[in-house]
Design a binder for this molecule. Structure first.
Ligand SMILES: Nc1nc2c(ncn2[C@@H]2O[C@H](COP(=O)(O)OP(=O)(O)OP(=O)(O)O)[C@@H](O)[C@H]2O)c(=O)[nH]1
Ligand SMILES: [Mg+2]
Length: 348
């Protein structure tokens, strides 16, 4: 039987993993290949799962924490998919704080010869990495260890930097990992997607650094810092909202949550929301207070639908994050005539 090809697209919060998998998924499907996607999030209610479902891919979610702790569930999902077809590529988006060497080791032990592993691919955010120029040792542990474990480092968001800044970005990566192959990419403009696509389809996984107990302990400690909370709403609007009003509403909502997070000295990892009706979706994303809210997808006038909000931040407990989502929603929604019909909390 044909082996299932696993291509994990990893990287820290907001580097563009979901966007990249969507773009690669479209590209590979257009070439006549079959694609399946597994997204992995900490929270059961999350924006990425919602977006992938909307795009109509064969998709499954693993929620509750790092996929490396849910391999039985992954095995079950793979069996369910392969009963119907064997995908040419199974994309996996692991949670942002995963440890690649640990995950690949677990994949090899659990699935052995039945899977064909693509190289360890790690995305980094070009402008974010530049902000560590001169003090690279301050990169959060999971982020630097991901670069260290990578066989291929993809420098994403190249559209946000100028060519003169590339040598500094390369220096930072090579300081952490001189072995890795580098790919320059913009998932937004399409630059570098062909190169990454050939790695995903044909590249070979060869090398895995060892995870020592000290590394594993540091990894586990770093996880306790990160909180994630998602909420899902059915909404109605008093009068239909134009695209620019929907964008303003989402921007204010995300900025409202972000300001609450920073006012309690929490650190923003990624605050995102997706609004959708039967025909359209619009995803809004905020990765730092110093970058604007960014949008993906499209929408005509909004007259009601679903809203999923997901806040991921460090140094704040999840119940506090929850109160921040609720608080921002209560402040911002009435200004746009958005009414909450129904709300789902932590679980369905
Ligand atoms: N300018 C620019 N923005 C990008 C690019 N790739 C992704 N983004 C934006 O970056 C933000 C985060 O993208 P996601 O794909 O949600 O990132 P992610 O890594 O899946 O995030 P998490 O799952 O929360 O860790 C979104 O606003 C994207 O539109 C890129 O190449 N250029
Ligand atoms: Mg994602």
């Amino acid at each position: 039987m044909k082996k299932v090809r696993f291509a994990s697209i990893g990287g820290f919060y907001g580097v563009g993993k979901t966007t990249t998998i969507m773009e690669l998924g479209k590209k590979v499907s257009q070439e006549g290949k079959q694609v399946a996607i597994i997204s992995n999030d900490k929270g059961a209610i999350n924006v990425d799962g919602e977006m992938i479902r909307r795009l109509g891919f064969e998709a499954e979610e693993i929620t509750g924490g790092c996929i490396c702790f849910y391999l039985d569930h992954l095995g079950y999902i793979i069996d369910t998919i392969t009963e119907r077809f064997v995908p040419d590529v199974l994309f996996i988006e692991p949670v942002a704080y995963f440890l690649p060497s640990n995950l690949y080791d677990a994949f090899e032990k659990k699935f052995g010869e039945t899977v064909d592993l693509a190289p360890v691919i790690i995305l980094v955010d070009a402008p974010r990495l530049l902000s560590y120029q001169g003090h690279v040792e301050e990169l959060p542990f999971p982020e630097s260890r991901q670069i260290e474990d990578a066989e291929v480092v993809v420098i994403n968001k190249m559209d946000m930097v100028v060519p003169d800044q590339l040598p500094a970005i390369r220096t930072i990566i090579q300081h952490v990992n001189p072995r890795a192959r580098l790919i320059m990419m913009s998932a937004k403009t399409g630059m570098g997607l062909d190169e990454l696509s050939s790695v995903v389809l044909q590249g070979r996984h060869e090398f895995l650094p060892v995870v020592t107990m000290t590394v594993f302990k540091t990894f586990v400690r770093s996880l306790t810092e990160i909180g994630e909370r998602g909420e899902r709403y059915a909404i109605e609007v008093e009068r239909s909202l134009s695209l620019s009003e929907v964008k303003d509403f989402l921007s204010h909502l995300l900025m409202g949550i972000a300001e609450k997070v920073t006012s309690l000295e929490g650190e923003i990892n990624h605050i995102k929301a997706i609004i959708s009706d039967e025909n359209f979706f619009l995803k809004a994303s905020l990765v730092s207070l110093y970058q604007e809210v960014d949008f993906a997808g499209d929408m005509e006038n909004l007259s009601g639908g679903r809203l999923v909000v997901d806040a991921i931040a460090s140094k704040l407990p999840e119940d506090v994050l929850y109160s921040m989502i609720i608080g921002a929603m209560q402040q911002v929604a009435p200004r746009y005539g958005v009414k909450i019909e129904e709300r789902w909390g932590k679980s369905e």
